[in-house]
Ligand binder design. Structure first.
Ligand code: NAD
Length: 247
């Protein structure tokens, strides 16, 4: 299926070697966008780019590294002569443990990737958008666990709550530059991130979901595509739950 929701747009996706990032890259390409497909694991980014066909750009990007963030944006500008007008922050990790057993370095790591990484990418991409007088849209990814306060996620859940708050701040700061910033809040989705969740835990989670099934990455990308497109031109600072009614 191909259509024209994002025709001619240049989009940067982080974590695009993973489940939701990859599905988003595929969807964006189908909608006519050119995609800068980034991931900390370059092989996975390249695999995603291969799926897209056409002229997309896979690049290695660790979102916690400010120099790396800046050099990737520069490389994209050198190639396309403009910064991306769409950015989707999909890079994210979990390091689950109960508070009393949490390794302090795992606490920091999760905050660093999920929250600081989102901040760094937004900051540097928006600097270039302003310099080049390019408006556009940024979509950040939170999680339903931020609202639910999931046991075992004392690092992940607060990091995702902070992403939502950061998004609302960014929406206010960047509106005058013609840049909208929104959050998607997925529930439990079938991806490599959730593959390792034990069946017992999955059964418990299923009970929390009104639709009584897990989501597919493509169902998250549908909302990401909407928020990245001109169809959502009056939507900013918003959070959209895509969770099958998980609470
Ligand atoms: N799968 C779910 O149920 C679910 C639910 C709610 C929110 N989310 C969020 O959606 C986003 C995508 O998750 P997913 O399920 O596709 O996970 P995933 O593990 O399949 O993909 C995440 C990708 O991020 C990359 N990554 C990790 N650290 C990075 C870093 N420092 N710099 C750049 N890339 C890095 C990984 O290499 C991986 O390819 C994440 O932010 C996740 O927290 C997922």
């Amino acid at each position: 299926m191909s259509s024209t929701l994002l025709l001619g747009k240049l989009a940067l996706i982080t974590g695009a070697g993973g489940g939701i990032g990859r599905a988003t890259a595929v969807r964006f390409a189908q909608e006519g966008a050119t995609v800068i497909v980034t991931d900390r694991k370059i092989k996975q980014a390249e695999e995603t780019a291969k799926k897209l066909g056409g002229t997309h750009l896979p690049l290695e990007l660790d979102v916690t590294n400010a120099d790396n963030v800046q050099s990737v944006i520069e490389e994209a500008i050198n190639k396309y002569k403009r910064p991306p007008s769409i950015t989707v922050n999909c890079a994210g990790i979990t390091r689950d443990a109960f508070i009393l057993k949490m390794d302090d370095s795992d606490f920091d790591l999760v905050l660093n990737v999920n929250l600081k990484g989102t901040y760094l990418v937004m900051k540097h991409v928006v600097q270039k958008m302003i310099e080049h007088k390019v408006g556009g849209a940024i979509v950040n990814i939170s999680s339903i666990t931020a609202k639910m306060g999931n046991m075992g996620q004392c690092n992940y859940a607060p990091s995702k709550a902070a992403v939502e708050t950061l998004t609302r701040v960014a929406a206010k700061e960047f509106a005058k530059f013609g840049i909208r910033v929104n959050t998607v809040i997925p529930g439990f989705v079938h991806t490599p991130m959730t593959d390792h969740v034990p069946d017992k835990v999955k059964e418990l989670i299923l009970k929390q979901i009104a639709l009584k099934r897990f989501g597919e990455p493509e169902e998250i990308s549908d909302t990401i595509a909407f928020l990245s497109s001109d169809k959502s031109s009056f939507v900013t600072g918003a959070s959209i739950e895509v969770s099958g009614g998980q609470s």
